[in-house]
Design a protein around this ligand. Structure first.
Ligand code: ADP
Length: 490
């Protein structure tokens, strides 16, 4: 520490002796003093003996004492702690070098941070103290939240990433580097894409671009290569846009969750379903053929009561056949192997036929067909018939207390709309978006009584999609349900 110069000479203000000039000088000083008092910064002047010679209003506030108390007193008298600050050393340096200097210091008595600018004057120094407490605290908070984020991002088992609004990757957590054995340089920006499985490449880019353009959440299953083992593992990738106060996207926060084991289990289940449905078909076909043979024999022998029993066997076998067919369809859809015929389909005739077939096997409900349409479409008539039969049998099944199902045919320009309306139990709102998913069933006390496996609507929606159509539901619990199929006419 440099010695304090207690003997710095102090220069007193010199007046000219000319009354006009002195009056001007006085007025000028008064204006400057007024101006200084309006400042938010504390300004004070000390002479070379460390005595206060001037303080503005803000400085008085800061020191908690008035000018009359302070002017002429040595700064250490009331503020001994200032000797410990960089203040003393900096002030000495400013005087010696005749150059201004700045330093930041925390002033304990006020618990505040100041940025102090010290300027050399003829007789000492002028100090301008600017309160930077809020800025310091904000920076501290930011640092703390960055540290919290880092800890969180590193402690969760997922790979975590952040991109700019335009999708440029800026951050990955350590799990990413551990898995991909890459560096930030290799995977930043669009470098990550090259670690994708080639079969997932295009789909991923499309889904990601869609989210970037629309701001919709990103949700995808894809495979990334573990560079060390060469293995591709399945991940669930998810990201949400982070927006500013005005709603503009500023970042994307994303995670990749390893779902490889789940995927393997799913694949095993799919394989099981495929094998089981194939294995079921052969014995069912045999039972069906033998039952028919037996029925004819018994008819010839004139044994009607036995014929009735065989008819019951046939009904059960038909149910089994439908179940095995549905299982097979589901596994084919999963594997992308459900084949469709390309033929002219008279859609009105097809709907009418489905209604008639349903009516023949059903005695509890009257199925009424309203409206009509013209035109035909190109597609698979059997598959589309399967859609209508499914909607009609659901309408009957889920409205045990009703006695009617309405079917509406309507043409809208180049589209035909088929609505199947029942007056049954309805579907709670929260389930409506999921009923088209594979094996999805609405489980509640009331619906437990309805048999089914949740395959019909999944198959129906796949068939409709393959015909470039759409299937939607609108339903109210206890009132009924309307399924609407729209198909483009060719
Ligand atoms: P399943 O009827 O074999 O369960 P679906 O795939 O045909 O399978 O239907 C899925 C679920 O949607 C059903 O379990 C049922 O909860 C609901 N659902 C379908 N159709 C109707 C309807 N017409 N009324 C009420 N609920 C329905």
């Amino acid at each position: 520490m440099m010695p304090i110069h207690e003997d710095w000479s102090s220069e007193k203000p010199v007046f000219s002796g000319n009354a006009d000039i002195d009056a001007n000088l006085y007025e000028h000083n008064r204006q400057i003093t007024f101006l200084l008092d309006t400042l938010n910064d504390a300004v004070f002047v000390i002479d070379r003996q460390w005595n206060f010679t001037y303080l503005n209003r803000q400085a008085e506030k800061l020191m908690g004492k008035g000018r009359t108390d302070l002017i002429g007193t040595i700064i250490w008298r009331y503020f001994p702690e200032a000797t410990d600050l960089a203040f003393r050393a900096t002030a000495q340096q400013v005087i010696q070098e005749n150059q201004p200097a700045t330093f930041e210091a925390f002033y304990e008595p006020l618990a505040k941070w100041f940025e102090n600018r010290i300027f050399p004057t003829q007789d000492g120094v002028t100090v301008v103290a600017h309160d930077i407490t809020e800025r310091k605290r904000a920076a501290e908070r930011l640092k703390q939240s960055e540290q919290d984020f880092q800890t969180l991002a590193e402690s969760i088992p997922q790979m975590v990433w952040i991109t700019r609004a335009d999708g440029y990757h800026e951050y990955f957590n350590q799990h990413w580097y551990d898995y991909t054995r890459s560096t930030l340089e290799q995977t930043r920006g669009e470098g990550w894409i090259h670690l994708l499985h080639p079969d997932d490449y295009e789909r991923t880019i499309n889904v990601w671009q869609h989210s970037l353009q629309t701001g919709e959440p990103y949700d995808i299953e894809y495979r990334f290569r573990n560079v060390q083992t060469g293995e591709y593992r399945w991940f669930l990738g998810r990201a949400l846009a982070v927006r500013d106060d005005k709603g503009t996207i500023i970042k994307w926060f994303g995670t990749c969750t390893d779902i490889n084991e789940q995927k393997k289990l799913e694949q095993r289940k799919d394989e099981f379903i495929s094998i089981a449905s194939h294995e079921l078909k052969t014995p069912i076909t045999t039972i069906k053929a033998l039952a028919q043979l037996l029925k004819r024999k018994l008819e010839r022998q004139g044994l009607p009561e036995h014929v009735a029993s065989i008819a019951k066997i046939e009904t059960s076998v038909n149910k089994l056949t439908r179940l095995a067919d549905d299982l097979l369809d589901v596994s084919k859809i999963q594997a992308g192997r459900l084949n469709y015929a390309e033929e002219r389909v008279d859609i009105v005739a097809l709907v009418r036929e489905s209604v008639e077939t349903m009516q023949q096997t059903n005695t509890t409900h009257t199925i009424v067909l309203h409206g009509t349409a013209t035109g035909s479409l190109t597609g698979d008539g059997d598959r589309l018939g399967q859609v209508f039969m499914n909607l009609l049998s659901n309408a009957v099944k889920y409205s045990p207390l009703a006695d009617k199902v309405d079917v509406w045919l309507e043409q809208m320009e180049k589209q035909v709309l088929i609505r199947v309306q029942d007056y049954g139990v309805g579907i709670p709102q929260e389930h409506q978006s999921q009923i088209f998913e594979r094996f999805y069933r609405v489980y509640d006390q009331k619906n437990m009584a309805f048999p089914g496996l949740g395959m019909g609507l999944y198959i129906a929606s796949e068939i409709v999609k393959r015909h470039n159509g759409d299937i939607t539901v609108s339903s109210e619990e206890g009132v009924g349900t309307i399924f609407t199929v729209s198909l483009p006419l060719a």
